[in-house]
Design a protein around this ligand. Structure first.
Ligand SMILES: [Zn+2]
Length: 598
């Protein structure tokens, strides 16, 4: 974990849950709570509840729930530490110094990793410029790919010699230990000896530098056709591929109103060398929503310049969608006569490239042109197919204005009246909405039943015990006195009394936190439980809160059920009859719950 518990607590304290969630959902006051339509599933009547006092949320429809951190994790698709960072930035809370942030459980700080990476980058560069060691690398970069020495130096390119210990020995001499080198992914760990060995061998090296100037990782490329063509540092807590863009450290300084998104390091380097210093690439992965958010920080317009082959074009379509979702103006570059930007510039020069760049097409134009090119529009059956595909494409746009514009544009090309096309588009949209709502409600229902319970799969083995566990956990979450009673042994309850693995983990976490200095803080549970699991934990608590009888006898009887289950126990699983009876009971409750709400 990068952040201390105290820091996380402060972030939560400084976050106004009503204001945060209110930006996604329209909330109305309902007693002590706020109520709105759930942002995580589609619904007509509000069942999404926010408690400003507890700073927790819960959806009675899909059972999403948890703290403000869980909310950001789900809404922004972030992991726990990133969600904390997001909220800290929002609250204007300075992040702990990088040197104080740790890399997972390795005990190695991020600052130390960056120092090691910098040292390694220097080593790789020295190797490349060493006449004997780096000849093969220089031959490839300078001789074969035509990069100037100035460009090679600008990007800090390097060479990893064909050796298992060249870098490792160097780093040892600089005072770094095996464990640190392995934690930083500079070295692999030998299965046999447990010792470190060079991770990158016989490859040209591209250092990945973040916008703050830290060397966060490396990419290594082979110089022939062997596989894998590219090898990247693995993800570590200090480095996530899905959040880095190659050459963003340069591109961000361009202040260009646009950026070019390429497929590979070599494309980016060729573009920068030709004067297009606003080109970036992902690190051998498809573009993610996190990348899209990074783009939106630095620019408004992204021009996608992927390879001309089918794989490249499919990737471009996906990138268009992801970038479009964060509101970017997305364009696609069509390069005729070359497979990638590097080749295009070599063949036709930078000026021609600048021209095509200016003529880059919007996502819709690009896709509709591809559809129209497939068909012979003078043939009736082809024209129908083309119309259907174009209508399906237009139906994907959420904005009515965009749909109108594209309908008007497509009508003459297809030789069909706008109204006819519009009807088709609206039919497609209705069908999609129905399918989407049906799927959402199926998923919401499925999570209520034990069969197919992804969060607590063990529950189906002994539903009665699992329900008792949920009662116990709900009560322990709400009432400190019960936690004290368990802690003092007045209520005999231990981890081994739990039948299901998930509930046992929740119990262990609650009691561990209860004993800790800060006491039980539900938002910190998010450190070890996923957003879906947080929803279940919150559900247990809400379920107990709504009942009037939460007395100690309820807790004791639930504990007794667990003791029974353990004794029987081990006697095997519950009978099928018992399971069916239990499910019927649950379903009846579910229907009742629905009836209450309407
Ligand atoms: Zn929901």
């Amino acid at each position: 974990m990068r952040f201390s518990e105290n820091f996380i607590q402060e972030v939560v304290d400084r976050t106004d849950i009503e204001e945060l969630i209110g930006r996604y959902v329209e909330l109305k006051r309902s007693g002590a709570n706020l109520l709105g339509r759930c942002p995580f599933h589609s619904e007509k009547t509000p069942s999404f509840s926010v408690s400003p006092t507890k700073k927790m949320f819960f959806c009675f429809g899909c059972h999403a729930g948890g703290s403000v951190i869980t909310f950001v994790q789900k809404a922004e698709n972030l992991d726990f530490p990133d969600a904390v960072e997001y909220l800290a930035n929002r609250a204007g809370l300075p992040l702990p110094k990088e040197s104080e942030q740790l890399m997972g459980n390795t005990g190695v700080s991020r600052k130390r990793v960056f120092e090691m990476n910098l040292e390694a980058a220097k080593f790789f560069r020295a190797c490349l410029f060493d006449e004997r060691l780096g000849a093969a690398g220089m031959q490839y970069l300078h001789g074969e790919r035509g990069l100037s020495v100035a460009t090679i130096k600008h990007f800090g390119l390097g060479f990893a010699p064909d050796s298992f210990n060249a870098l490792t020995d160097h780093m040892h001499r600089m005072g770094y230990r095996d464990e640190e080198l392995i934690a930083a992914c500079l070295c692999g760990k030998s299965q046999k000896t447990g010792r470190a060995y060079d991770y990158f061998r016989n490859r040209v090296i591209f250092p990945i530098i973040d916008p703050s100037g830290n060397v966060v990782a490396f990419g290594g490329r082979v110089m022939d056709d062997s596989k894998p063509k590219y090898l990247n540092s693995s993800d570590t807590p200090a480095f996530k591929k899905s959040k880095q863009l190659f050459a963003l450290n340069f591109a961000k300084n361009c202040c260009a109103e646009k950026m070019i998104l390429c497929e590979g390091y070599m494309d980016v380097i060729a573009l920068h060398a030709a004067g297009f210093e606003y080109a970036v690439a992902t690190l051998g992965t498809a573009i993610t929503p996190e990348h899209a958010r990074i783009f939106s920080k630095y620019t408004q317009k992204v021009i996608i310049s992927y390879d001309a082959d089918d794989a490249g074009q499919n990737a471009a379509n996906k990138a268009m969608r992801i970038l479009g979702e964060v509101g970017m103006d997305v364009r696609v570059l069509k390069l005729n006569g070359a497979k990638d930007p590097d080749e295009y510039i070599k063949r036709f020069g930078a000026d021609r490239f600048r021209q095509v760049l200016e003529q880059s097409k919007t996502g819709f134009d690009h896709k509709s042109e591809r559809i129209l090119a497939k068909y012979d529009l003078t043939v009736g059956s082809d024209r129908i197919k083309a119309s259907n595909e174009i209508c399906a494409l237009i139906a994907e746009y959420w904005s009515g204005v965009e749909r109108e514009v594209y309908l008007a544009q497509s009508s003459p090309a297809l030789g069909l009246p706008v109204e006819v096309l519009k009807n088709t588009v609206e039919q497609i949209r209705k069908k999609q909405t129905r399918a989407y709502e049906a799927k959402q409600s199926r998923e919401a229902q499925a999570s209520v039943k034990n069969f197919g319970d992804r969060i607590n799969p063990d529950a189906a083995k002994d539903p009665r015990a699992a329900a008792a566990e949920e009662t116990v956990l709900g009560l322990l979450l709400i009432f400190e006195e019960y936690r004290n009673a368990v802690e003092r042994g007045e209520i005999a309850l231990a981890e081994e009394d739990f039948v299901t693995d998930f509930n046992r983990r929740v119990f262990a976490a609650i009691m561990r936190m209860h004993r800790s200095e800060g006491g039980l803080r539900p938002e910190l549970l998010g450190m070890e439980f996923s957003p879906d699991e947080m929803g279940r934990i919150e559900k247990n608590e809400i379920a107990r809160q709504q009942l009037s009888n939460n007395g100690p006898e309820v807790l004791r009887s639930a504990v007794n059920v667990l003791k029974d289950a353990k004794q029987k126990g081990n006697a095997g699983e519950t009978s099928l009859d018992e399971r069916i009876a239990y499910l019927r009971q649950k379903q009846a409750k579910l229907h009742k719950g629905k009836a209450d709400k309407t």
